[in-house]
Design a binder for this molecule. Structure first.
Ligand code: FES
Length: 101
């Protein structure tokens, strides 16, 4: 997992771990962080594929404006991964045709 676990100013990282599933694979996240942050910490940059050309898409603005990060969460489509906190046992799926596992 790619994280700063002991920051010189903020101190040690002390958050409860949660597990989410992305495209059928379990990943560890930390409570109150976004879906996008959890996936990025696990090395995942492609969140979906574009409708027209099936090109990979990921985090762009990171603040909920562009909708490039939209994913399906627990069956609900077009949820913005960058502003949606992870919850334990959350099921997240890419939108588009291709799926990376
Ligand atoms: S990255 Fe722009 S809305 Fe999520």
């Amino acid at each position: 997992m790619m994280r700063i676990t002991d920051h010189p100013i903020l101190g040690p990282l002390e958050k409860k771990e949660v597990t989410i599933q992305f495209n059928g694979v379990n990943y560890a996240g930390l409570e109150n962080e976004s879906i996008a942050a959890t996936l990025l910490a696990n090395g995942i940059r492609t969140l979906r594929y574009s409708e027209k050309e099936q090109e990979p898409r990921g985090i762009y603005c990171g603040i909920g404006h562009c909708y490039e990060c939209r994913v399906t969460v627990n069956g609900k489509r077009s949820v913005r991964a960058c502003i949606t906190p992870v919850e334990d046992q959350m099921i997240v799926e890419s939108q588009g045709i291709r799926h990376e596992v």
